[in-house]
Design a protein around this ligand. Sequence first.
Ligand code: IMP
Ligand code: MG
Length: 178
Amino acid sequence: MQEVIIHDKTFRVLIEADKIQQRVKEIGTQINSEYKGKCVLFLGVMNGAFLFAADLFKSIDLECEISFIRVSSYSGTESTGAMKNVLGLNSNIEGRDVIIIEDIVDTGDTMKYLMHELNSKNPASLKLATMVFKPAALKHPLKPDYVGFEVPPDFLVGYGLDYDQLGRNLNDIYILKT
Ligand code: IMP
Ligand code: MG
């Protein structure tokens, strides 16, 4: 399927499923060697990262745990704009080697906030794995440690990413057709 219509928009394939699977395995191999002898705590960010988190987790051969969190945003009444909130962080991350698993880093607002929140809980180490990264959209000095693919700053769907909740089940990653 090279094109797909979701709601009112047409998308075309950008990254095929087999390429995604191959890249996820490569990241898994890299993490396995870099964290040898350690017990990693993976924190998957719901909803978008659930497929990437599951596939990456299956490629890990270390002793490891996984837990899922959500970063909610709500509009503040202050002129400071959107406020954020971390939900579901039940694990004590102090002294732990933590790897965040995210679907996409776009402006970087969400990850800047999340990494700051998690760092304040004193993990032994904190790294970020993102399936896709839009460097041209980034607003903060943030460098993901593991990147599946660098992509243009256009809207994507598939492999967990949604357009108004649809499209998460697509096995390929699609880009908005212009
Ligand atoms: P941020 O701008 O880096 O804070 O991205 C925030 C969130 O917006 C991501 O975690 C995604 O859930 C969503 N997002 C950003 N870009 C896209 C996209 O191209 N497709 C679908 N969701 C996106
Ligand atoms: Mg997300």
